[in-house]
Ligand binder design. Structure first.
Ligand SMILES: Cc1ncc(COP(=O)(O)O)c(C=O)c1O
Length: 408
């Protein structure tokens, strides 16, 4: 970095002075860019025959959903009733929302049916419950292929809890006979699919198309949902997919298998749309050296960004300012009472107490996976629009954290 880091010309230290530290900051221009890139690439191959649904679990701030909606994103993939509500509040229509909860309760099933969203079901037992409602559903298949940057985000294959295996195809046909209409097939193989994963990814897509056209009887087929998972670069050496190329390969497979019936193709990106727009700003409080390591201790941690602790994920961490001190190998950590509360291990940083660090790619699975562990507040969220900062979520307070506590 040759100059101080800015977000649309805003200086991180000034943002922290104004809104407090730590702080999530999103750059609207990057969200728009990502929406445009993926919708255009999809259109280049499928024209009107495919739509983007934002997997909003990546970041559920309603303002973010609204930006997506104004920038070509057709709908939302929601995984809980609350996500459905947020999608509706952001202006998406009921029939633009897929509801992909797993192991749904009766209340959730009834909620989804009453709201008229598109149910996506991944267990035979749940489908059986839907006979009583003569429901229309997409079914989530597990076609034995899982991809992902970590086992926890590998959502296909024998070790994954998600999806129905084709060994149950007799039951699927029986359930259809009893009045459940299968209007779509879905598969999500995993998260952070990069260029190196293309062969297995395309194999999985082909298996899905084969299931739709050769393995299952689907007289009501309207949708084919190939899930999300499109990766972004977290480290320099990583290679992302060329989406134009990837979608054109998918289109070739689509044309090979869907000769008569032409179901609408859905993709459900989460990370791709929002990861790169987000930064977690935090302030260095103390630097603590022991016999083997130097720890740079910040006022944030695993409660605000759990990906490093949960998946050993790498997030680039930079000092927001150019420094005139010697670089050193340090481990950036948080203030949570857990030894695993490390945000970046063995990083080469020029750093001093009071510096503001910028943790990059924090837009996806950052705030949305955060917690109040150690009874700490979540940070505020700021949207930078036209080079101006807007609060889109206030910092939590102790009153907020204790609001549901009943003192005996
Ligand atoms: C069903 C489903 N669709 C879409 C996604 C979004 O994945 P990503 O953020 O990698 O695009 C997920 C993520 O876990 C998912 O489970």
């Amino acid at each position: 970095m040759d100059s101080d880091f800015t977000i649309q010309n805003l200086i991180p230290k000034s943002l922290v002075q104004e809104f407090g530290s730590p702080l999530y900051v999103y750059d609207e221009e990057i969200i728009k860019r990502q929406c445009q890139t993926i919708t255009t690439a999809l259109k280049n191959s499928f024209d009107q025959g495919a739509k983007v649904l934002y997997a909003c679990k990546a970041n559920t701030n309603p303002n973010i959903l609204k930006i997506m909606r104004s920038n070509g994103v057709h709908g939302i993939d929601a995984v809980s009733p609350n996500e459905v509500e947020v999608a509706l509040q952001a202006g998406f229509l009921n029939n633009q929302i897929t509801y992909t909860a797993n192991y749904m309760t009766k209340e959730e099933i009834e909620y989804a049916i009453q709201k008229g969203v598109i149910l996506n079901v991944g267990e035979i037992d749940t489908l059986k419950k839907l006979i009583a409602y003569q429901a229309e559903v997409i079914i989530r298949l597990n076609l034995d292929i899982g991809i992902g940057h970590h086992n926890h985000v590998n959502t296909g294959g024998n070790d994954s809890k998600f999806g129905i295996n084709l060994m149950w195809k007799e039951q699927l046909s029986e359930i259809q006979k009893q009045g459940v209409k299968i209007i779509g097939l879905h598969q999500h193989m995993g998260s952070k699919i990069m260029k190196k994963d293309h062969d297995s990814y395309l194999l999985g897509i082909e298996k899905l198309f084969q299931a739709a056209t050769q393995e299952l009887e689907l007289p009501y087929l309207k949708y084919i949902d190939i899930g999300g998972g499109f990766g972004v670069k977290y480290q320099d050496y990583e290679e992302t997919s060329d989406l134009n190329l990837l979608f054109s390969e998918i289109k070739k497979l689509y044309d090979k298998y869907f000769i008569n019936v032409k179901p609408m193709l859905f993709i459900e990106p989460g990370r791709y749309l929002i990861a790169e727009s987000g930064y977690l700003l935090c302030t260095v409080q103390a630097i603590n050296t022991n016999k083997s390591r130097t720890f740079v201790g910040t006022d944030s941690g695993m409660h605000h960004l759990i990906r490093p602790a949960l998946y050993e994920s790498y997030h680039e961490i930079i000092n927001s300012e150019q420094k005139q001190v010697e670089p050193r190998i340090v481990t950036v950590c948080g203030n949570i009472c857990e030894s695993g509360d490390l945000l970046g291990v063995d990083r080469n940083l020029k750093v001093e107490v009071s510096d503001v660090l910028v943790i990059q790619n924090g837009g996806a699975y950052g705030f949305s996976m955060s917690s109040n562990y150690n009874l700490r507040e979540r940070p505020a969220e700021i949207l930078v629009r036209d080079s101006k900062p807007y609060i889109i979520r206030k910092r939590e307070t102790l009153d907020y954290l204790l609001a549901n506590v009943v003192i005996l």
